[in-house]
Design a protein around this ligand. Structure first.
Ligand code: SAM
Length: 278
């Protein structure tokens, strides 16, 4: 096998989802870049793959330093397989900096695709799949969570977030405040024995999780906005119009919330317009 970096997806709950090609790659690799070595070694044991390999940990906090080590291994002719604890590496998991560095160095990089929780959840949800926006984990702080929801509120795309059982009810309350009665879905324990995907409004999902304790890993999805937004909006013209009616701050807030624009950029534009008018 050619030396290089092999990005290997692993199952998210069902060992049978490991592809034969991915398993062969893990077997052939001399170096395994992973998150928690205990989790990865357990997977290897279940797959009957020997542990006589070098395991290198890769986390968000050490990715830069470890990338150099991995690049040196590849330059020395090694096959390096990168896995995360479960699912597709790089998707809300480490790896992006490593792959960028390998590409800069002109090294061989390839992918062994497989499970990805967000794609499985979207397939189960019954929500539109033609356009979607994955926004990773929902922040824990209330203000950051509200800001995130407001930023994407008017997007004509199904919104997908990773979430945990302990926070789902709080998150649904916040989502209900921003998205009102819009359709949502929560997919849980995908590919596992108690796989479940439940749809409804935020209020209906909250009622469900109040009656049935939320458990397991989950993905929250929110239907696209059905408000027709102009495709090419003239932000400056809209801002001038708003600023004629209300304060600079309210005009910026209104545009940011309605069109999901970048707050700093709109604010700078508003200041320029105000200075011109002096
Ligand atoms: N890179 C992985 C992927 O995309 O497949 C995801 C890693 S991320 C650290 C873990 C999150 O993915 C969980 O908190 C949950 O939101 C979601 N997830 C992982 N496995 C899942 C499953 N079996 N069912 C539902 N959600 C899952």
């Amino acid at each position: 096998m050619k030396n290089g970096l092999y990005i290997v997806a692993t199952p998210i709950g069902n060992l049978g989802d490991m592809s034969p090609r991915a398993a062969e790659t893990l077997k052939a690799a001399g170096i395994i870049a992973c998150e928690d070595t205990r989790v990865t070694k357990k997977l290897f044991s279940l797959l009957g793959i020997g542990l006589n390999k070098t395991f290198v940990t890769l986390h968000d906090h050490n990715e830069e330093a470890q990338s150099q080590k991995i690049i040196d291994f590849i330059k020395n002719g090694e096959v390096v397989a990168q896995v995360s604890d479960a699912g597709s590496p790089l998707i809300s998991d480490p790896g992006f900096k490593l792959i960028r560095r390998c590409r800069e160095e002109g090294l061989y990089v390839t992918t062994l695709p497989g499970c990805c929780a967000l794609i499985c959840a979207l397939q189960l949800s019954g929500l539109p799949t033609n356009r979607f926006m994955f926004a990773g984990f929902i922040p824990n702080r209330e203000k950051a969570r509200q800001d995130l929801f407001r930023r994407y509120k008017n997007l004509d795309a199904t919104l997908i977030f990773y979430e945990t059982a302990s926070r789902i009810v709080k998150t649904l309350v916040a989502a209900g405040e921003v998205f009102g009665g819009r359709d949502m879905a929560v997919a849980r324990e995908i590919t596992k024995m108690y796989e479940d995907c439940r749809s409804g409004t935020a209020a209906e999902l909250i009622a469900h999780f109040e009656a049935n304790e939320p458990k397991g890993e989950m993905v929250l999805m929110i239907a696209p906005s059905d408000e027709e937004l102009p495709v090419d909006i003239d932000v400056e013209a809209l801002l001038r119009e708003k600023m004629a009616e209300t304060s600079l701050k309210s005009a910026v807030k209104s545009l940011v919330e309605t069109y999901g624009l970048n707050k700093n950029e709109v604010y700078e534009l508003a200041l320029r317009i105000k200075n011109e008018q002096r």
